[in-house]
Structure formats: structure tokens, C-alpha cells
Design a protein around this ligand. Structure first.
Ligand SMILES: Nc1ncnc2c1ncn2[C@@H]1O[C@H](COP(=O)(O)OP(=O)(O)OP(=O)(O)O)[C@@H](O)[C@H]1O
Length: 258
């Protein structure tokens, strides 16, 4: 079943067309990849889906509801969450505190419940702590729980960022270059984690990534962009052999990791 649909999506910045008439759908429960050479328009599409940028032309539907005219907080509230190319964490808080603060977005107790530590507050606090613990387990960060985020190796900081995004219980998780800066071992581990997030957490994933092994290894469907336009779409085996895709990457020195 379709979760997200982009229809003739176009974004211009002054005279530059960053995204031009892009159409694709993301099916519920799938892992989809958005790839393309540098400057192809991938992050711009994430910014359009999440409402950070206003759409110039075209439409975006989430669960068949138009979202291209909605504010970022409304879109987030509907169940779309993202991570960023540059890691955004509370660097001086512990791993656990980072996840727990994100979990608090789900709390609906009032200031009186909290101040008087009423039953509703105590029950929700217990549930949020359990959920934070579950997320740390899922992202294999339990052993780092009490470490300050800043002290974590780079690959683990990226995993912590994903745990924080999952704390918002998204239906659609957008990952912007989650394996950037990771070594091959860390990348392999991340691939397994992304599959687990889909299988155990039940959320749909759209991922931008330059690591081709990751994209080809986990995606059901891949959308290739070049100069803002959709160049190709299909399963990994089809994309890997597509002459147009290979040619687009040749200018950049070939398909990365292929
Ligand atoms: N806010 C902006 N103002 C002006 N131009 C922008 C803006 N955001 C993106 N662009 C331009 O739009 C084009 C697409 O950029 P985008 O960041 O979406 O590419 P990308 O495919 O994500 O690239 P990369 O793989 O390098 O991250 C680029 O030419 C970029 O300079």
C-alpha cells in the first residue's frame, strides 16, 4: 500500500531548478533509496517532504493527504521524521538522556500532573523510560547508555541520532546519509539495524546514501536523480545495470562502492 506520493514535484531557487517534475511513490513497509550524484536534488526532496522548503510546483501526499501546504511541525505530527547529514545531538547529555528527551515529545501530561507527580505523570514517565530503553536496545546502544554523546565514536553518534528520530514513533523515517563517515564494518552493522527498524519497529524508510553497498543491500526500490530529474527507478539489480545510471555516475568517477 502506498504511504508517500510525489507528483510532478518541482523546486526552484531563483534561476536554479533543484528538483524538476519528480514522481515516485514509497510503499508502506518498504525500504526505498534515493540516490544520485552530488547536487542531484536529494536533500532538497527531503526538505520538501518535511515542509522545510515550500514546494514551487507539484504535490506531496502522505497517506493520501496533501502535505505540501503544511507546516513542518504538522508534517512531523503526522508521522514523518528525519535525520540530517550533519549530526544533531545534545552533545553534553548522555546517550540515555538524548533518547529520553526525544521520547518526551510523546508525553501528554500537564504541568500540574508533573508538579504534583500525579498517577498519570508517573505512569507515563515509566512508559517513556521503558520505550527509551527499548530504542537503545534496538540500536545496540545499551552498553553506551551513560556515556556523554560527544564521547561516542562517530558511527555510534549516527546510530544515536536514528534512535532519537525513532523516539517520535514515525510512520516514515527519512535518513539523510546515515552511513556518511562510517567504515565498512560500521556500514554493515547499520544495514542490519535499518532492516531491524523496518521489521521490529514497523516503519517505512526512505534513505539517501552514497554507500552503494548499503543501498543495493537493503532497498526494495531505488529512485535515481540526476540534475534534479528522475533518471531511473527500480529494484537494485535493475538500477545497477542501468546504462543511464552508470553514465550519470561516470562523470563522478563511477558508482561509489560499486
Ligand atoms: N537553500 C538553497 N538555496 C539555493 N540553492 C539551493 C538550496 N538548497 C539546495 N540548493 C541547490 O539545489 C541543488 C540540489 O542540492 P541538494 O542539496 O538537494 O543536492 P543533493 O543531491 O542532496 O547533493 P549531495 O549529495 O551533495 O548532498 C544544488 O545545486 C544546490 O546548490
Amino acid at each position: 500500500m502506498e504511504l508517500l506520493r510525489l507528483e510532478n514535484l518541482t523546486k526552484t531557487f531563483g534561476g536554479l531548478t533543484a528538483v524538476k517534475d519528480v514522481n515516485f511513490t514509497v510503499n508502506e513497509g518498504s525500504i526505498s533509496g534515493l540516490i544520485g550524484p552530488n547536487g542531484a536534488g536529494k536533500t532538497t526532496i527531503f526538505n520538501l517532504i518535511t515542509g522545510i522548503y515550500k514546494v514551487t510546483r507539484g504535490a506531496i501526499y502522505f497517506q493520501n493527504v496533501p502535505i505540501h501546504d503544511k507546516e513542518p511541525h504538522v508534517i512531523a505530527g503526522m508521522g514523518i521524521t528525519r535525520t540530517f547529514q550533519n549530526i544533531r545531538l545534545f552533545k553534553n547529555l548522555t546517550v540515555y538522556q538524548n533518547v529520553l528527551t526525544a521520547c518526551h515529545h510523546n508525553a501528554d501530561y500537564g504541568i500540574f500532573d508533573a508538579a504534583l507527580r500525579l498517577k498519570k505523570f508517573r505512569r507515563q514517565e515509566r512508559e517513556l523510560k521503558e520505550f527509551a530503553g527499548r530504542l537503545l536496545e534496538l540500536m545496540e546502544l545499551s552498553g553506551w547508555k551513560d556515556k556523554v554523546a560527544n564521547s561516542l565514536p562517530y558511527g555510534l553518534q549516527r546510530r544515536l541520532e536514528i534512535a532519537r528520530a525513532l523516539a517520535l514513533k514515525p510512520k516514515l523515517l527519512l535518513l539523510d546519509e546515515p552511513a556518511a563517515g562510517m567504515n565498512p564494518d560500521e556500514t554493515r552493522q547499520l544495514m542490519n539495524l535499518i532492516r531491524r527498524i523496518r521489521d521490529e519497529f514497523g516503519c517505512t524508510i526512505l534513505v539517501i546514501e552514497h554507500h552503494m553497498d548499503l543501498i543495493m543491500g537493503i532497498c526494495d526500490n531505488i529512485i535515481v536523480l540526476n540534475f534534479g530529474k528522475k533518471l531511473a527507478e527500480g529494484p537494485p539489480e535493475k538500477i545497477q545495470q542501468d546504462p543511464l545510471v552508470i553514465e550519470a555516475y561516470l562523470g563522478e568517477g563511477g558508482m561509489p562502492g560499486a
